[in-house]
Design a binder for this molecule. Sequence first.
Ligand SMILES: [Zn+2]
Length: 352
Amino acid sequence: MIIPTEPIGSIPRPPELIEAVEKGAISDPATHELYREATKETIERFEETGSPVITDGEQRKYDNFWTYSVHGLPNTAADGFAIPFAAGHIRRMPRLTSGPFRYKRYADAYLEVAARYATRPLKQAVISPSALSLMYPPDEILGYPRAAFLDDLLREHETEIRRCFAKGAVKVQVDFTEGRLAMKIDPTGNLLTSFIDLNNLALARFSAADRQRIGFHTCPGGDRDSTHSADVDYAELLPSLFELKAGNFYIALAGERDRGRVLRIIKRYMKPDQRVFVGVIATIDPHIETPEEVSERVLEAAAHIPLVQLGTTDDCGFAPFSDDMSTSRDTAFAKIRARVLGTQLAAKRLAG
Ligand SMILES: [Zn+2]
């Protein structure tokens, strides 16, 4: 028996790469070489962990998982939507100043480089339409109504996913960290509902077979060992989350205070054609899990989720923002190895 296991995406960047980027040398050929080396080394180390599905560690997603596709667009300003983290720092996204809205780059460009070095199946994470929808300002842009923006956004997102599949991605994961955050911003649930509706409009553009290869990642955020919405009860989010017409869900769980309660909510609301990859690695906890600890978490989940619908993952990326040095590469790979071994151990126990 095999329980599928997949990473979320990001791995901390090598310190020399972070240093070069901080100096502002992003377009320097020397930095380009650092990016290429970081991708190659990340993939080699990922494969050494035994993870059956790998990523490029998002080494080249500058500056982060949220704005990589729009970074550097001329029709934006820096004072966009703000995400406050519990540790006290704030991450901001660009604000759209005029239409039309186009991506500056698609994530399949990262896959193209990764495919040169990978021997195992690659998955690719992309940002959700709902996250990017926050770029549109509260007041309508003159001559570019919100509806026109959403049309452009959905088309760009669809294009990005199709390009990732065309480049050989075995799965495409849509990062939806703002789902849980939405309940904090708007406790009435209206914002979350609008996010689910928008993402379902995107999913409706794909065939049922494609949607079985598309997944959504939810988490309370993971930056500088801190979160943005861990205080929001999962019970506020999960019933709506499973309304998404996607085949896979990557749900942060290891870092939750009451995992049993979350698992009972998942069991109640997940649909028969949906697979849940539960987080068995607490990415912002410096403690490196043992395979035994991971196995216990898998068995706990298997008590609630049918085995044919169960998978495991990490709670989040290990460095969703490229300058995050709170976790070392060694720690990230050690945790991934524990995920792989612990998931295998649990499968063996469940088969026996
Ligand atoms: Zn996450």
